[in-house]
Design a protein around this ligand. Structure first.
Ligand code: SF4
Length: 339
């Protein structure tokens, strides 16, 4: 059986060459674009086409094990149970614009990257998510969303670039005008630095937003924070960021998780300037959300001092707020735990 949620109309037509492209478009629009449980649009389509799609394809939304709303920021964390029993999260996040929402999606069950401050990293990697599972989670969240979903971010469980093909196919479906209908610049893929995949992404000239997580510009410290940094050290990562900067639609966004007393000093600001200071960056500062208590958030004064230290770079420095911390659904807190 063909997983319909893994396909755009064109790729579905390639799988089912006997079914007209128009019928594949209708199926995609009904089942993904409108999120209907079955094909609705039957006028103008032959019964044979509809029967052929229904006979050849399967589509099903994942089961919701729990959904919990954060009373403070109104984000909703979903814990899904997939067909094989694996569990992953997605989070529905209200945006500043009233009535607009973004969905934070997982790309893997667990994660192999081993970021020391991340609950998902401590799970290790169980498996990749298939495109149809990612889209299924998205559609389930969207079906319950009280407003319009106009954004998606791959910042849930997993390293998106460690599951490149499935994630990029999902991003295409999210942006397809008859599918998720989200503008490409509102689909964000976040990587902790899978260097070969950043080069590939740059070579493919994709138009989704890419965020590259740095967390430290000092090798020994980054090794301690991001285990995979030993595999792709900073010089290789900087080279990949440079390659991406050549083709990026705007500034290159670098995410930096602030850990009090660890990566907020003048040595870090100087190292960051030496590593990437010549590039048009945007730096997103994020408070660490550690569930073990080992890594503390930087107090306001420490954060402000670090922002001052970064001023010589003359780049936008934006403080990013994680939603859902009260319900363990913020960045770095997703660990398939039932609340
Ligand atoms: S922060 Fe992201 S890349 Fe790092 S372990 Fe957690 S899920 Fe994986």
């Amino acid at each position: 059986m063909i997983p319909l949620f893994a396909h755009t109309p064109d790729t579905l037509h390639a799988e089912l060459p006997g079914v007209p492209l128009a019928a594949c478009r209708r199926a995609f629009h009904d089942l993904v674009g409108k999120g209907l449980p079955a094909m609705e649009t039957r006028d103008g389509l032959s019964k044979a086409s509809i029967r052929a799609i229904e006979a050849a394809c399967h589509w099903a939304l994942p089961e919701v094990e729990t959904r919990v709303q954060d009373d403070f920021d109104k984000s909703v964390r979903y814990l899904f149970r997939l067909a094989d029993g694996a569990r992953v999260e997605a989070v529905c996040i209200p945006l500043h614009k009233p009535g607009r929402y973004s969905v934070c999606l997982s790309s893997q069950v667990g994660c192999a990257m081993g970021c020391a401050f991340c609950a998902t990293g401590r799970l290790g990697l169980a498996r990749n998510l298939a495109t149809e599972e990612i889209i299924g989670c998205f559609l389930r969240v969207r079906s319950e969303c009280p407003g319009r979903v106009s954004g998606a971010v791959f910042m849930g469980q997993g390293e998106p670039f460690h599951n490149y093909d499935a994630v990029l196919r999902a991003a295409e479906i999210l942006c397809h005008p008859n599918g998720g209908a989200i503008a490409a610049e509102n689909v964000t893929i976040s990587t902790v630095g899978v260097v070969p995949a950043i080069h590939r992404y740059a070579a493919e000239r994709r138009s989704f937003r890419l965020i590259i997580s740095l967390h430290s510009a000092i090798q020994s410290r980054r090794d301690a924070l991001v285990a995979v940094s030993r595999k792709w050290p900073l010089p290789a990562l900087a080279e990949a960021i440079r390659a991406y900067a050549q083709v990026a639609p705007g500034r290159v966004t670098v995410a930096y998780t602030l850990v009090s007393g660890v990566n907020t000093g003048a040595d870090e600001a100087e190292a960051l300037a030496a590593l990437l200071g010549d590039l048009p960056l945007r730096i997103n500062l994020i408070d660490v959300n550690d569930t073990t208590g080992e890594f503390a958030q930087a107090p306001d004064a420490e954060r402000r001092r670090f922002m001052d230290l970064l001023q010589p770079l003359r780049v936008p420095i934006v403080r990013r707020y994680s939603v859902g911390a009260a319900q363990n659904s913020a960045c770095g807190m997703l660990a398939s735990v039932t609340p």
